[in-house]
Design a binder for this molecule. Sequence first.
Ligand code: FES
Length: 102
Amino acid sequence: MKTVSRFERFEAGDTVTVHWDGAPLDLPEGANLAAALLAAGIDRFRDTPVSGAPRGPFCMMGACFDCLVEIEGVARQACMIEVRAGLDIRPAHQSREGQDAL
Ligand code: FES
């Protein structure tokens, strides 16, 4: 059972609205996307295509690909992206019961 984010809150500043899996979400503008999503309590970024096992950011430096998300239809590493207004972000590699796998 998850209770609170394991990460400290970002400094108060300008936020922008993005969409995570279709729902609006306010994140700090210019922040690292993976860190901002984790701080917002989202830690399941994708499911593995075969078993459907959940994955979330691990290395935070572009090496593990566990932070893959789909941004405007393209698979991207969230730890390599800055938050900007209007991002349409979805989990990547939905399980076989989910939407189309990337
Ligand atoms: S967290 Fe490892 S590539 Fe992004």
